[in-house]
Design a protein around this ligand. Structure first.
Ligand code: NAP
Length: 310
């Protein structure tokens, strides 16, 4: 059966779009993807989402988003879209061998924080290891934390973390930062931040109950290993927008984020809308993603109205 709207992705953007689309009687179908609930499901406490003055666990918040969307008739499936064809309307979507068609599509596939690929990093994610200082910095009051990376994100996260942590150590694999001069200067002039050059993260010690206790560092020149005690590790080695499926159909920017019109979620293809981190490399917050999910549903509703009346 052809659908009016299919939503791909189930973070705050996708599920907010689902609630709004469902309440507009568009009977949205949501394909939740490989990480149902999105990036918030790998954080623990979320303390900056309005409406939860005592905070809420990331996975619980996303369960509430889904429950709210389903209450109005959104159909949510833990399915991963494997292929799309956006050349003509109705658009085609594949989930393995199954094919679906829709008059409009809302893309909310998010972005994935790049990780180093360590076992310990995966195990301790949300338990002392984080890829988001804005989300988790607050938990490191008067603690010592490490930030991995040498770009603008790492500088920004390191500076932000000094609001809470007493000692912030940046580790960078080279002897020169990639970050812009102004961001470098902020870090260099911040007495709470120290940069450990030519250093990579070899391993993280800790456990899910007590969090992080130490990092094992490697000197990239001598190859020597050293262990330093600490309470947290922040990875800031970039994000990758989840846009591989759309590369051939939509305009992407030079960092592969989907381009949308100003103050809108419209993409380069009429009837295809994008919201949340897949089109936002700047704010990347649950609340901004949810806001743009709402915009996408309203944009889709207006598009469908015009389509049906013409
Ligand atoms: P980025 O510029 O790609 O920097 C990533 C950093 O992580 C680099 O220093 C890189 O090292 C390091 N890195 C990557 N893979 C690594 C690995 N496997 N092991 C160790 N280190 C690794 O990413 P970003 O900092 O997230 O910035 C992305 C874009 O957003 C940039 O255009 C940036 O200017 C922009 N941004 C702007 C602001 C701002 O202006 N306020 C804030 C944040 C981001 P190498 O340098 O050795 O490659």
């Amino acid at each position: 059966m052809n659908r009016k709207v299919i939503i791909i992705g189930s973070g705050p953007a996708g599920l907010t779009a689902a609630t709004y689309a469902a309440r507009a009687n568009l009977q949205p179908l949501v394909f939740e993807g490989a990480q149902p609930g999105g990036q918030l499901t790998i954080t623990t406490d979320v303390e900056n989402y309005p409406g939860f003055p005592n905070g809420i666990m990331g996975p619980d918040l996303m369960d509430k988003f889904r429950e709210q969307a389903k209450r109005f008739g959104a159909e949510c499936y833990f399915k991963h879209v494997t292929k799309v064809n956006l050349d003509s309307n109705p658009f085609k979507i594949w989930v393995g061998d199954e094919t679906y068609t829709a008059d409009s599509i809302i893309i909310a596939t998010g972005a994935t924080a790049r990780l180093l690929g360590l076992e310990s990093e995966k195990e301790l994610m949300g338990h002392g290891v984080s890829a988001c200082a804005t989300c988790d910095g607050f938990f490191f009051k008067d603690k010592k934390v490490f930030v991995v990376g040498g770009g603008d994100s790492a500088m920004e996260e390191a500076n932000f973390l000094t609001k809470f942590a007493s000692d912030v150590q940046i580790i960078h694999r080279r002897a020169e930062l990639r970050a812009s001069k102004i961001m470098q200067d902020r870090v260099i002039n911040n007495p709470k931040v120290n940069i450990q050059w030519n250093t990579t993260l070899k391993d993280i010690d800790g456990n899910v109950n007590d969090g992080v206790s130490a990092v094992v560092l490697r000197d990239t020149i001598s190859g020597d290993l050293r262990t330093e005690e600490c309470d947290g590790v922040f990875l800031a080695i970039g994000h990758t927008p989840n846009t591989e499926l759309f590369d051939n159909f939509l305009d992407l920017d030079d960092k592969k984020y989907i381009r949308t019109d100003n103050d809108s979620t419209k993409t380069s293809v009429s009837g295809i809308f994008a919201c949340g981190d897949v089109q936002d490399s700047i704010y990347r917050q649950a609340i901004t993603a949810a806001g743009s999910g709402c915009m996408a549903a309203i944009d889709a509703e207006r598009f469908l109205e015009i389509m049906e009346s013409s």
